[in-house]
Design a protein around this ligand. Structure first.
Ligand SMILES: Cc1ncc(COP(=O)(O)O)c(C=O)c1O
Length: 440
């Protein structure tokens, strides 16, 4: 680690100088708090990005397997989106009035995901928050339910984990407005009896779920889990919000379409507009009726849902172009085989050196985890994390021109990611594992 850190510092003098200058105006020398957590002594500062690659200010080229943690799953600056942005930027950016693009995007989302009605937000966090508020409003119930070690953005209610079976504020939860145990129940993913027990008192407005956990490593649902979860939510009058923000990697209609799920709400953000801020949440006809029944025209502007810039013309133009020309079925047909290739490369090195790790894939996303078996729930996945080892693998990759998704070991494919990018990762990953085994 020491050797790799020295190499990183030595090879990034311009990033280091920028980082030192940034420290005088930006807290921690970065524009956003998480950026201090990159594995290098400082983050590489970016000069430019295009497609599956970016260059830092020191001239290093990287295969980008992080892709803005899904925000750039479209590849960086896809030309169709850029063209739409350029054209729209000259014709008005935000108005607080609708244009035809909004309808077009609503219709496209309807076709992709099967939910009838759509609304827009600027982030997936907001789309989740607004869906939760609506669910609480129309059910008249106070609580929500999430899965242990989930992540759904900076939604207050979701910063909760189980500790020895008891729900507590998640470690690191900054200034929670209330103890999240007051607002939220938390159960393990794939635990149906636990879910039923939590829903039985009929005080849960909604279950907020990623269809497979993606933020603590990938945790797949067991066979029949989603069907049973849907039956339980219906049985106890709880609404089901499926957050597809990351699981859109499963295909053009996300996990919902790929596996025929039937949610009440669906949330999709991050890459929906090719990296321009934008998100959408959809809901069924039945939910829409219940919302409208309780809406007051006079107060609808201050109800806690919306945002001045939500549904702005620029985001919607970018969404229209991204959905029709970039995140297409043809793109997924290229991306998914790349993730299969990445997974096979990682698997090969794991078995060659006999390290007790595993690799899992979901559509065009794949991830290795430091445990011999794939995890069945958030606790197993979280227990397999190893902060030091993870930092080593990330820094080792970064020093050899590969950016992995930080805070776990995930690789995401863009439509432009090609076999040579993947094979570069396979070589570097093998070398890293070999060095670890030899050192041990
Ligand atoms: C599943 C999921 N939902 C929602 C979000 C929130 O997205 P944003 O930070 O863009 O609001 C994230 C962010 O990582 C996420 O992983």
């Amino acid at each position: 680690m020491e050797r790799e850190q020295q190499r990183f510092i030595h090879e990034h003098p311009k990033s280091q100088a920028l980082f030192e200058r940034a420290g005088k105006s930006l807290l921690g020398g970065v524009p956003m708090n998480w950026m201090v957590k990159w594995a290098g002594a400082f983050p590489p500062f970016v000069r430019e990005a295009q497609g599956a690659h970016f260059y830092d200010v020191d001239g290093h080229r990287y295969v980008d397997l992080c892709l803005g943690d899904t925000g750039a799953m479209t590849g960086h600056s896809p030309s169709a989106t850029v063209q739409a942005i350029e054209e729209q930027a000259r014709r008005g950016i935000t108005l607080m009035l609708p244009g035809e693009d909004a309808i077009f995007v609503g219709e496209e989302l309807q076709t992709r995901f099967g939910l009838q009605y759509w609304q827009f937000a600027l982030t997936a966090t907001d789309a989740n928050r607004f869906s939760i508020r609506l669910a609480r409003q129309i059910t008249g119930r106070p609580k929500i339910l999430v899965f242990n070690w989930c992540y759904h953005g900076t939604v207050d209610e979701t910063f909760i984990t189980l500790k020895d079976g008891v729900a507590r504020a998640r470690q690191g939860n900054i200034g929670p407005p209330v103890d999240p145990a007051v607002t939220t129940k938390v159960v393990e993913f794939n635990d149906l009896p636990g879910l039923e027990q939590a829903l039985a008192p009929r005080d849960v407005a909604c279950v907020l779920a990623e269809p497979a956990l993606t933020n603590v490593g990938i945790v797949h649902p067991e066979a029949g889990y989603h069907k049973a979860m849907r039956e339980l939510t219906l049985k106890y009058g709880t609404l089901l919000i499926i957050d597809e923000t990351h699981t859109i990697c499963a295909g053009p209609g996300g996990y919902t379409r790929a596996e025929n799920l039937d949610p009440d709400f669906l949330v999709f953000g991050k890459p929906i507009a090719g990296g321009v801020p934008g998100a959408a949440y959809g809901f069924t006809v039945e939910v829409a009726k219940r919302i409208v029944d309780q809406q007051s025209l006079e107060d609808c502007d201050v109800g806690g849902i919306g945002g001045t810039l939500a549904g702005n013309a620029l985001s919607l133009a970018a969404m229209r172009a991204t959905l029709t020309k970039v995140l297409t079925k043809e793109a997924f047909d290229r991306m998914i085989p790349m993730a299969e290739r990445w997974t096979a490369g990682v698997e090969k090195a794991i078995s060659e050196f006999g390290v007790p790790w595993n690799v899992t894939r979901l559509g065009c996303r794949a991830e290795y985890l430091f445990s011999p078996q794939p995890p069945k729930n958030g606790t197993e996945a979280h227990d397999a994390m190893d902060f030091e080892l993870e930092r080593f693998m990330h820094l080792y990759a970064m020093n050899r021109g590969i950016l992995l998704t930080p805070f776990h070991n995930m690789a995401l494919m863009s439509p432009q990611t090609d076999a040579s990018d993947i094979d570069q990762h396979t070589r570097v990953f093998r070398e890293a594992v070999q060095e670890l085994v030899v050192q041990a």
